[in-house]
Design a protein around this ligand. Structure first.
Ligand code: PHE
Length: 453
């Protein structure tokens, strides 16, 4: 921990590590299916609007809190104000909830990569393949265990430098490939234009409160906000680096990848479902069902598919590593245990918690809580309940207890400019808390079936 505090040597190191955590399955798998389900163009518009206001302000606040205190989330809030120490504690529970189910999906990606490499591309393009696969028991568990095992090994060895180098090369390739696949679908596959229109032209009749709820949850998730990660990363950041510029770069990168992923998947759904809109509501399976079909239709698609799933795998791994690293370092700090033991404990409970998420598609398919199966439940609890609560408390804390000035002082240390400070203060004090509260109430009410949104 201590040695790591100095490990971000420059701006690139910080931005890359933060972007490595931010860009992951959230962008490539989760964003497109939410955008498809909750309104297409309207969702995109709402998401971008939230990203330059909420996302920007919260990201700045978290990085500044981390850098100011030099502490990770569990300790940072308490250090600034004893009454708020619980927030840090709750924030560190979020990665513990996310890591297990994230790894279940990571396992699906690993399986698809292996499938493309071993010549199973045609089989995977079959409509019922994905459903059949996740509703089997042994295989998904095996790939889940392998994914989380790889994550644990990397965290155990702490080869962060390696990961950083890998992301530097891989991330641009991922962006280029995504763009290529999107363009291929749009121009070479019949019926894709309808999807482009659905995705890029906001149709306000598709707008609902759920568009905003889903977009906000996705924003926190995608930018790794409201779970202490950016606080911890901020504590590793040097004083002469501009927080504002870094936050903007992370945001542009993160939103850019999500945007391209949507452009790659949504037109493909339209093309392959023959314009049947119900295909948009498919949810988590979207990437795994439509993309193999695009690859099947493409000359050389098997190779491109293999390379693509390999890239997604790396993006997922850099994120799962950041999740596990955060939990492992919290355990090391709190319980004064060494990295190896901490890693083993985290691995063991993540496997345990991941089991119901994986089995929820097969033998435990009947176990439903609040009408959701386990993976959806974990996703809902972390994204729609805990993260908004943490974000709300962070806003109130920064806006009224610590005061925006403290964050502004930290951002402008060494005379670094802070251009959007006015926006920051207004959003963090008034706009964000009111909206987040409204979102929180509506998602709780809808989970209990009191309202439908
Ligand atoms: N932001 C990551 C993604 O978009 C997921 C993640 C969440 C990573 C929380 C770390 C912490 O996939």
């Amino acid at each position: 921990m201590e040695t790591k505090r100095s490990s971000f040597t420059g701006k690139i190191g910080f931005v890359l590590a933060a972007a490595g955590s931010a860009v992951g399955l959230g962008n490539i798998w989760r964003f497109p299916y939410l955008a498809a389900k909750y309104g297409g163009g309207v969702f995109l518009l709402v998401y971008i609007a939230l990203s330059v206001t909420f996302g920007f302000s919260l990201m700045i606040a978290e990085i500044a809190i981390g850098r100011k205190t030099g502490k990770s989330a569990v300790m940072a809030f308490g250090e600034l104000d004893k009454r708020f120490s619980a927030v840090g504690f709750i924030a560190s529970l979020v990665p513990m909830l996310i890591l297990p189910y994230y790894s279940v999906i990571g396992g699906w990606v690993l399986k698809y990569f292996a499938g493309f490499v071993s010549g199973g591309a045609a089989e995977m393009a079959n409509d019922s393949y994905f459903g059949g696969y996740i509703s089997s028991v042994g295989q998904p568990l095996f790939w889940f265990a392998l994914f989380i095992g790889i994550t644990a090994i990397v965290v155990l060895f702490g080869v962060e430098k390696g990961i950083e180098k890998v992301s530097k090369v891989m991330m641009p390739i991922l962006v280029a490939l995504t763009l290529f696949i999107a363009l291929y679908t749009i121009f070479a596959v019949d019926g894709a234009w309808e999807g482009v229109k659905y995705y890029l032209m906001p149709d306000f009749s598709h707008f609902s409160l759920m568009t905003v709820v889903a977009a906000t949850g996705q924003l926190f998730y995608s930018m790794s906000l409201a779970m202490g990660i950016m606080i911890t990363y901020g504590s590793y950041m040097k004083k002469d680096i501009s927080i504002e510029k870094s936050a903007k770069q992370i945001e542009i990168f993160d939103t850019g990848v999500a945007f391209l992923a949507g452009l790659m998947i949504i037109p493909a759904v339209f093309a392959f479902s023959g314009g049947d809109e119900s295909a948009l509501g498919q949810g988590p399976g979207l990437m795994f069902v439509t993309l193999p079909k695009v690859f099947e239709a493409m000359p050389g698609g098997t190779v491109i598919g293999a390379v693509f799933f390999f890239m997604v795998l790396l993006a997922a791994l850099t994120s799962s590593i950041s999740l596990m690293e955060t939990i492992v370092s919290i355990f090391m700090d709190k319980f004064r245990i060494n990295r190896r033991i901490s890693c083993l404990i985290v691995l063991a409970f993540s496997v345990l918690l991941g089991l119901p998420s994986s089995l929820g598609y097969s033998v435990w398919g009947n176990v439903k809580i609040l009408g959701m199966q386990m993976l959806d439940l974990f996703d809902f609890l972390s994204n729609s309940i805990m993260m908004p609560i943490i974000a709300l408390v962070t806003c109130i804390f920064v806006g009224f207890i610590l005061k925006p000035k403290a964050v502004i002082d930290e951002v402008t240390v060494n005379d670094t400019p802070f251009k959007w400070r006015g926006l920051f203060s207004v959003v963090i004090r008034y706009i964000a808390p009111v909206c987040i509260l409204a979102i929180l109430i509506s998602s709780v009410l809808s989970a209990f079936g009191i309202i439908t949104i």
